[in-house]
Design a protein around this ligand. Structure first.
Ligand code: FES
Length: 294
């Protein structure tokens, strides 16, 4: 077979364009991947899950993004539109128009500092609450929550560290605590709730000391992780997203925790259980219960 030579332009850096660029480059062509947006990824990068497997879109895209960035025969030309196509099939010439980025591309490391400091970005402004809306917390938690809020409130973007630390302390967000954070930081309650409900690591309900996360991503699912979920439910006599009455265990499911090679996988707190078998589950739960008695 004769060696392939020449170059090809793939227009559009969505998931289809990315895969086409990889296939062409792997077959020996020099590939120019042209994308009109500032970065490749297309609509898929905006999705959380994808049909029909419910896999996270990023898990599908990330390996391709890395491969493209590393591939010696792929050149990504983003933020550019095709202005003119000349020539005939087999010998086409493309003229591109690259839009201004207002940064030095050579120096950009993607740190995001420019976004944080953008003077025209729509930043949520704290709104002072009126006196009559003041919330008082229970005395046993007030001091600690007050300390956490005070520790971070002078920082830029204080909500995330405040919510993380409060979540670590209380394990969930009681309504009064969210209102208190809103009152003390001046951020609207709706904005705080948006963050508190977005991340699966945060909870608005009391949760157990040990969070059991059973992975239902594709690799784990095809190796029977749904059976693991059922077994955990049977052993603990609670359903998914429920907590045992002794507040020790909460069962949750996740989509891919990034160790598909060990599938099926479940985590309990910080412990990872790879290649987990349903028959091992009663013993594992017993171990945690015994640890609590010590
Ligand atoms: S699918 Fe990736 S860890 Fe389960």
């Amino acid at each position: 077979m004769s060696e392939k030579i020449g170059s090809v332009a793939v227009v559009g850096g969505g998931i289809g364009g990315m895969q086409a660029a990889l296939d062409l480059a792997d077959s020996g062509m020099k590939v120019y991947l042209v994308e009109s947006k500032p970065g490749i990824g297309g609509v898929m990068s905006m999705l959380d899950k994808t049909f029909p497997t419910n896999d996270c879109a990023m898990c599908t895209m990330a390996p391709r993004l890395v491969e493209i960035a590393r591939h010696k025969d792929i050149e990504v030309i983003s933020h550019s539109d095709i202005e003119k196509i000349e020539g005939k099939p087999g010998k086409l010439k493309l003229t591109l128009k690259t839009k201004a980025r207002f940064i030095d591309v050579e120096k950009c490391t993607g740190c995001g500092s420019c976004t944080e400091n953008c003077p025209v970005r729509n930043i949520v402004q704290p709104i002072p609450l009126e006196e009559k809306e003041k919330v008082e917390l229970l005395p046993e938690i007030k001091e600690r929550v007050f300390d956490i809020v005070r520790k971070h409130s002078h920082k830029k973007g204080p909500l995330m560290p405040i919510l993380q630390e409060v979540s670590e302390y209380l394990k969930y967000f009681p309504e009064d605590v969210l209102k208190y954070i809103s009152q003390e930081t001046g951020y609207p309650l709706a904005h705080i709730c948006r963050i508190a409900t977005f991340y699966s690591g945060f909870s608005l309900k009391p949760i157990g000391k040990y969070i059991i996360n059973v992975c239902l991503g594709t690799a784990c699912y095809v190796r029977g992780s749904e059976k693991l979920l059922e077994r955990f439910s049977d052993v603990l006599e609670i359903g998914q997203d429920e907590t045992t009455p002794d507040m020790l265990f909460t069962i949750k499911s996740v989509r891919c925790i990034g160790c598909c090679g060990l599938s099926p996988v479940a985590t309990i707190g910080d412990d990872v259980y790879g290649k987990l078998q349903a028959r091992d589950i009663p013993g594992i739960i017993k171990k945690y219960k015994e640890k609590e008695k010590e």
